[in-house]
Design a protein around this ligand. Structure first.
Ligand SMILES: [Zn+2]
Length: 432
């Protein structure tokens, strides 16, 4: 065999992901289906990256039919399905110390490399799957592929690969000279009118979007005083949802004020992100459509914590933070009382990556039972993603995404900040 071919084979072999080793986990407590199945003293058998069986009692590797499998002692732990965050921005992170114009000097390669620790921190915090709701597609899609190929540690990424916004809307960069804005806002996702918005949805699918993210209303962090109300019109929303559905994609709608939340729900979006001013009509529409609320409570609380530390937040953004934050808790509680489907999501990137579990504490503080908060990040997120066949519970046949914490997180939800075991696709990333 020619030397060059041998070299090429060696390169290819070393680039292959480390294969997941078969494992047998002894779980002191197992929230197999959070909110439905709460077991003690179980053995979870992992083969070829999937859960082969869940059997009562502590069974040896040989007895479990997996001789040679690694035995992991989690008898003092609560084992759960891997957590899933439905709203991340993995390609950046707010830094109150940074020059706010830094982005003008950075290449995509800089941003890609800077993102690597964000992915790792997210995974090590127990988040084995994320839906990334908007990012430069030249960065997020290579990251997603590198994770899938086992080249870098990170969560499984469901990528929106950009987003849809009207001209001047929340999804466009704001606050610079018009010629600069023209240069940076040339995204295929900017659309005006139903036909143009159909084009935008199709262009994002063509680009590689797994989901379509839209900004139905104004947003807090755009440097404009254009408010937080509906920005994409009813016909534009309907056109986007229909065009996305015709290509097998669902739509996640960023929305703050009720007119935008309700218009997006009527148009048939699958999830409302933030939902800060959800009203009684919103609750009725959530129930009627089965859509999910992704509350992102942590992002709002983080911005409140950051404000006194950061002199560079533009005045329109300060005004909007002050305007929106007082409404968030009541909206969440209205949705909770109304039985709305709630799927866990943080908006990290706004808040620091790896601290995603703080969202659990806020949900519980605002009245959600701890087990339902855990369910919102497992069973409910798998349903929203239509991945319940593979993800979201610890049952035979599912992908082996598992996390564990010492102690009882249903008694103290803050324990979820200190995940001590993380397995994804059957591979152990963090051991107790
Ligand atoms: Zn966001």
């Amino acid at each position: 065999m020619p030397r060059s071919i041998i070299f090429l084979l060696l390169v290819l072999l070393t680039a292959l992901p480390a294969s997941a080793q078969d494992a047998v986990l002894h779980a002191g407590r197992l929230l197999a289906i959070p909110g439905e199945s709460d077991l003690t003293e179980q053995t979870i058998v992992i083969k070829d990256g999937r859960i082969a069986a869940v059997v009562p009692g502590y069974v040896s590797a040989a007895q479990a039919g997996a001789p040679g499998a690694e035995v992991v002692d989690l008898r003092a732990h609560t084992v759960m399905p891997g957590f899933m965050d439905m709203h991340t921005h993995l390609t950046g992170e707010r830094d109150p110390e940074a020059n706010p114009h830094d982005w003008t000097t950075k290449m995509d390669g800089d941003l890609l490399l800077e993102s690597l620790p964000f992915l790792e921190r997210t995974l090590m915090a127990g988040f084995t799957t994320v839906r990334n709701t908007g990012a430069n597609h030249e960065i997020i899609l290579p990251l997603k592929r590198a994770v899938n190929a086992g080249l870098i540690p990170g969560p499984r990424i469901i990528a929106a690969a950009g987003g849809i916004t009207p001209t001047g809307g929340h999804g466009e960069r704001q606050g610079y000279r018009e010629d600069i804005l023209e240069a940076v806002n040339n995204s295929v996702g900017v659309c005006d009118g139903a036909d143009d918005c159909r084009r935008a949805a199709r262009a994002l699918v063509k680009r590689g979007a797994d989901w379509i993210k839209i900004t139905a209303t104004g947003g807090v962090l755009s440097n404009t005083n254009a408010g937080l109300g509906q920005q994409l019109m009813d016909d534009e929303l309907e056109a986007i949802v229909q065009a996305a559905a015709s290509m097998g994609r669902k739509v996640a709608a960023h929305a703050h004020q009720a007119n935008g939340i309700n218009a997006a729900l009527r148009a048939g979006v699958a999830s409302i992100e933030h939902g800060s001013y959800a009203d009684d009509e919103s609750v009725r529409l959530f129930q009627e459509t089965g859509a999910y609320l992704v509350p992102t409570l942590f992002a709002g609380v983080y911005l409140q914590e950051e404000m006194p530390l950061n002199d560079n937040i533009p005045p329109p953004v300060v005004d909007k933070i002050n305007e929106v934050i007082p409404n968030v808790k009541a909206s969440f509680q209205r949705a909770l009382a109304g039985g709305v489907n709630i799927a866990f999501g943080t908006d990290c990137g706004v808040c620091p990556h790896g601290q995603n579990a703080r969202e659990f504490e806020l949900m519980v503080d605002y009245g959600m039972p701890p087990i339902d908060a855990i369910r919102s990040a497992t069973v409910m997120t798998a349903r929203l993603l239509e991945r319940s066949d593979d993800l979201g519970t610890v049952e035979a046949g599912k992908i082996a995404d598992l996390v564990a914490v010492r102690g009882d997180p249903t008694a103290d939800i803050s324990l979820l900040r200190s995940v001590s075991f993380v397995m994804k696709d059957g591979k152990v990333y963090k051991s107790p």
